[in-house]
Write a protein that binds this ligand. Structure first.
Ligand SMILES: Nc1ncnc2c1ncn2[C@@H]1O[C@H](COP(=O)(O)OP(=O)(O)OP(=O)(O)O)[C@@H](O)[C@H]1O
Ligand SMILES: [Mg+2]
Length: 264
């Protein structure tokens, strides 16, 4: 049985902890809120062009982990490195620069209610680039088509369904054509057909544009479709980080309990 809080890596091509090519690296990160410790010496890394799926029970710290990567949260101890740069040590200017290169699909959608869909999707470019309006418009339309809502531009967030909001959130995360994309449950609330289309987008971005991604996800079929590796969070640490086939074949009692396969 693998020791808890220590990643068990069976994929030799993906070193855990301090790989030189790591685009995203967590080095013994701990984070507490009051007396609740959420992350406990969490170490893992994601190398260039790979997609890591993070699984774990509700409240295990998956969204907290992603928030550390975009600099919305700082570790109490340990380091989060992006291409070797420690996020917590960056100035606010450097953080802004980093965020242009990163897309974040928020779990809760996080659209701005008083902006229409097109303006919501355009926002990261309006705030962080000096691209001309015509170029921004072209890109917005392209991304809306990518997530299968080509006619949504003029709708207000209050007028669209939850699944559509989710897709608009993905379009907004892709608008700067980022090299790193963090998806927090991108398929939650989507019907299976749209979920497959979103999985396809995630996979294509990884394969053709060499985007490095983390996908927080519960659905096994989604993980099998998009992930190169899976990490399971347990008691604040990485219980296991391995390829999907080994992950789903694991006999680890904690995983069997999670999937409900521990009882006949
Ligand atoms: N800003 C905050 N202040 C206080 N506690 C927080 C804060 N953010 C997260 N937490 C707590 O940290 C724990 C982990 O939260 P997190 O949102 O990362 O869970 P999660 O694994 O994403 O769960 P879910 O699958 O339900 O989305 C929770 O107990 C949550 O209440
Ligand atoms: Mg979450």
């Amino acid at each position: 049985m693998a020791p808890l809080n220590q990643a068990e890596t069976t994929d030799q091509s993906a070193p855990t902890g301090q790989g030189d090519e790591a685009v995203i690296c967590f080095d013994q990160v701990s984070k507490s809120f009051g007396d609740q410790q959420v992350l406990r010496d969490l170490s893992f890394d994601v190398t260039s062009g790979r997609t890591l799926a993070i699984m774990g029970p509700s409240g295990s710290g998956k969204s907290v982990t992603l928030r550390h990567i975009i600099g919305l949260m700082k570790p109490d101890s340990g380091r989060v490195l992006i291409e070797g740069q420690e996020v917590a040590a960056l100035s606010s200017k450097e953080i802004a620069k980093l965020r242009i290169r990163m897309g974040y699909v928020f779990q809760e959608g996080a659209l701005i209610n008083w902006l229409n869909v097109g303006e919501n999707v355009a926002l990261p470019l309006r705030e962080n680039s000096d691209l001309p309006d015509s170029e921004i418009s072209d890109r917005v339309q392209e991304k809306l088509e990518m997530v299968k809502v080509p006619d949504a531009w003029n709708k207000m967030p209050a007028e669209i369904s939850g699944g559509m909001k989710k897709r608009i959130g993905i379009a907004r995360a892709l608008i700067t054509e980022p090299e790193i994309i963090l998806y927090d449950e991108p398929n939650a609330g989507l019907d299976p057909e749209i979920a497959r289309a979103i999985n396809q987008i995630i996979r294509e971005l990884g394969e053709t544009l060499d985007v490095t991604s983390i996908v927080v996800e519960h659905r096994i079929e989604c993980i099998k479709a998009v992930a190169d590796e899976v990490l399971f969070l347990h008691e604040g640490g990485a219980l296991i980080q391995t390829d999907p086939a080994s992950f789903f074949a694991s006999e680890h009692p904690r995983l069997k309990r999670f999937f409900g396969t521990d009882t006949p």
